[in-house]
Design a protein. Structure first.
Length: 255
């Protein structure tokens, strides 16, 4: 539980940085290695705070973050922290409060601690393997929904704008939300029944909330139904499905 406590403290510190800069019209630049991927002072300062906190508490652990230079050294570590200091930078810039600080601890490829914090709405989702998932300290659980036709599935606005969700509109209720990590956390909290993405994501986008979904009784897999193994040489994932568990096989067949 020490790891979870430190993770909660670290995400709150990073969240305070993001909240202080939210709505201040700070400068945005495009990352050189990825098109349509904005970067702000909030991303970099939050990353520095997280790295400082985690590095001081667990100096032997590996580190994989969207905003840090990657090193192959992490591949030799049993324990690795996987981090997105600000998932939903586009929402942050547009002042849409659907974003998250994401911090997870992975051991032998399996997430054992996950914290996803939306500092704008002050929602802190947290879990440690073998313990109940919580939202602001209160236990949470996925929904009991069993019929996909009546399910609420969270979708990406950008994927919808590209027409990727058009063929699913008559299959279930579609609602739109920003950060993928925040979408998964809402599934864990029972505010939606499922979410999925057919667009490639990175480990840091989903790892913390995947841990929370699973600890809340749900299921997270790749599009072929196989489990996600983290801390891989390539951090890219072809797609992802997260659900309350009972709807999972129906979604996989549909996709």
């Amino acid at each position: 539980m020490r790891e979870l406590d430190v993770a909660v403290e670290a995400t709150r510190e990073a969240g305070a940085i993001i909240r202080a800069l939210y709505g201040q019209g700070i400068a945005v630049v495009e990352k050189q290695d990825r098109a349509d991927s904005p970067l702000t002072e909030a991303d970099t300062r939050a990353n520095e705070a997280l790295h400082r906190r985690i590095g001081a508490a667990f100096p032997e652990d590996g580190w994989l973050s969207e905003e840090s230079h990657d090193s192959a050294e992490r591949l030799s570590k049993r324990r690795v922290w996987i981090v997105d200091p600000l998932d939903g930078t586009k929402e942050f810039v547009r002042e849409i409060p659907e974003l998250a600080v994401c911090l997870a601890l992975v051991e032998d490829g399996v997430p054992i601690v996950g914290v996803t914090f939306n500092p704008i709405t002050d929602e802190l989702f947290a879990a440690a393997r073998g313990e109940a998932a919580t939202l602001n300290g209160v236990p949470i659980h996925v929904t009991p929904a069993r019929e996909l036709v009546h399910a609420t599935v969270l979708a990406s606005r950008s994927e919808n704008e590209r027409g990727e969700w058009d063929k699913y509109r008559d299959r279930f209720v579609v609602e739109f939300c920003g950060s993928v990590a925040y979408k998964l956390a809402l599934v864990a909290a029972g505010r939606a029944d499922a979410t999925f993405t057919l667009t490639p994501k990175s480990e840091w986008d989903v790892c913390s909330s995947a841990c929370i979904v699973e600890c809340a009784g749900g299921r997270v897999t790749r599009l072929d139904g196989s489990p996600v193994v983290y801390n891989q040489p390539s951090s890219r994932l072809d797609g992802l499905v997260a659900s309350n568990g009972t709807l999972h096989e129906q979604l996989l067949r549909l996709l």
